[in-house]
Design a protein around this ligand. Structure first.
Ligand code: PMP
Length: 440
């Protein structure tokens, strides 16, 4: 297809015409195993019966009613289900249409909170160098990836970036995991002190870093220390679970595994599971109450906020994810994926690290395993692995700039939760071949 699509060159891409379980089928009938759920989106595969049924049922009732006039049953059901499963203290949901919108809403809510609680100087955001929070101007400002940001400076939100928690490269030899976790978190304290706590609004982070870094999990105790520091200085903790949330890491919210609750959390991608463009921002009762007692409401809104059809799809997704056994299945299949990756690639001369949680796994590629020297960026190895994998019928999500926005390559894997063991074997087999093709 040549077409007039504004953006990537559609001419070089196959045309997706159908989906079946973990596979996407193109116009030539070629099948692609979806090893990354697109970009960690399709958590339930491409033809999930419960989600399809919910969409069919809702479209036969009503597709859209503006939230300025009406609420709708699917939106109410979805919000109740999210709150029933949310981390402690999270009491309110605001529905949006994707990840960037959810992050924008989170930043704006944080700002409104401090304006209404009498701390108007708190407007600065601290984020991490290794992060992606979206492509709209506010979310882009929060993200740490240098090359994405630099063209658009000056950016809208005043953001400062600290080092990420990245054990593979930053943990010292002989340092325990817990000691490293505390040390990495203390970078936040140093930055808050440097900027002046009375100017800092929020710290935003992905619990498990996705697109920019390849499923980098936090060290043990890192987020507990982060939570303590935020509380000590009155800084809001925003967790961006757009990629790692909705069961991807083996718990509905990734932060459950770190034993903490954020003040605000954003979700998207897996929430719609590819069936609907939907995201959400969830906030603590404390924030909501302060605003309710102040101006009365969050000054926000989008035309498609709370879209009934999107909410119906997401409601079916959340119900499926919350069904007994689903999260245990993600953890078990994630462990299988990790061990198969280690067996096939653990000794590969260009594989430095295999990491992640649940069905969210990353492989960091290096020039030299011993020195961890990254590959030459000019070789564009991760992009070549993507192309080689596509040729073999595998979708995997490539990333570069893993280390500092410019150097480092990784591959992100985030297959649907319905993946079977033999499909995991096929995924690992095709990926190993694609890595060798790309290195040749
Ligand atoms: N936050 C994170 C952590 C993400 O991974 C992404 C998308 N890759 C976004 C925000 C932005 O989401 P969207 O593309 O739906 O706007």
């Amino acid at each position: 297809m040549a077409g007039h699509v504004f953006g990537r060159s559609a001419a070089q891409m196959p045309t997706a015409v159908a989906g079946a379980g973990c596979y996407i089928i193109d116009a030539d009938g070629k099948r692609y195993l979806d090893g990354s759920g697109g970009a960690a989106v399709s958590c339930l595969g491409h033809d999930h019966p419960a989600v399809r049924a919910a969409l069919h049922a809702q479209i036969d009732k009503i597709a859209f009613a503006h939230t300025g006039f009406f609420t709708s049953e699917p939106a109410e059901v979805l919000c109740d289900a999210l709150i029933a499963a949310a981390p402690k203290g999270i009491e309110k949901v605001y529905l949006l249409s994707g990840g960037s919108e959810s992050v924008e809403a989170a930043l704006k809510l944080a700002r409104q909170f401090f304006l209404e609680t009498g701390e108007p100087r708190r407007h600065r955001v601290i984020a991490r160098r290794q992060s992606y929070h979206g492509n709209t101007l506010g979310a882009l400002a929060a993200g740490g990836n240098a090359w994405r940001r630099e063209k658009y400076a000056p950016l809208l939100v005043e953001t400062y970036h600290i080092d990420p928690c990245y054990a593979y490269r930053h943990q010292a030899v002989g340092e325990s995991d817990a000691a490293y976790g505390r040390r990495a978190a203390d970078a936040l304290r140093t930055e808050i002190e440097r900027l002046g706590p009375e100017t800092v609004m929020a710290f935003i982070a992905e619990p498990v870093v996705g697109a920019t870094a390849g499923a980098v999990p936090p060290a043990p105790g890192y987020f507990e220390r982060i939570r303590e520091i935020c509380d000590e200085y009155g800084v809001l903790l925003i967790l961006d679970e757009v990629m790692c949330g909705m069961g991807r890491t083996g718990t509905l919210f990734a932060c459950e595994q770190d034993g903490i609750s954020p003040d605000i959390v954003t979700i998207a991608k897996g929430l719609g599971a590819g069936y609907a463009p939907i995201g959400a921002m969830l906030a603590s009762g404390r924030i909501y109450d302060a605003i309710a007692q102040g101006s009365g409401s969050f000054q926000h809104g989008h035309t498609y906020h709370g879209h009934p059809l999107a909410a119906a799809a997401a409601g079916a997704v959340v119900e499926t994810l919350r069904a007994p056994g689903t999260m245990a299945q993600v953890r078990a299949k994630g462990a299988t994926l990790q061990s198969r990756l280690e067996a096939a690639l653990g000794q590969h001369s260009h594989v430095g690290d295999i990491r992640g949680r649940g069905l969210f796994r990353g492989i960091e590629l290096v020039e030299d395993r011993d020195t961890k020297r990254p590959l030459d960026p000019a070789r564009k190895v991760s992009a070549r692995i993507k192309a080689a994998a596509m040729a073999r019928g595998l979708i995997c999500y490539p990333g570069s700039g893993t280390i500092d926005g410019k150097h480092g390559d990784h591959i992100l894997l985030a297959p649907p939760f319905i993946i079977e063991d033999k499909q995991i074997d096929a995924l690992v087999h095709m990926l190993a071949e694609a890595i060798d093709d790309a290195m040749a």
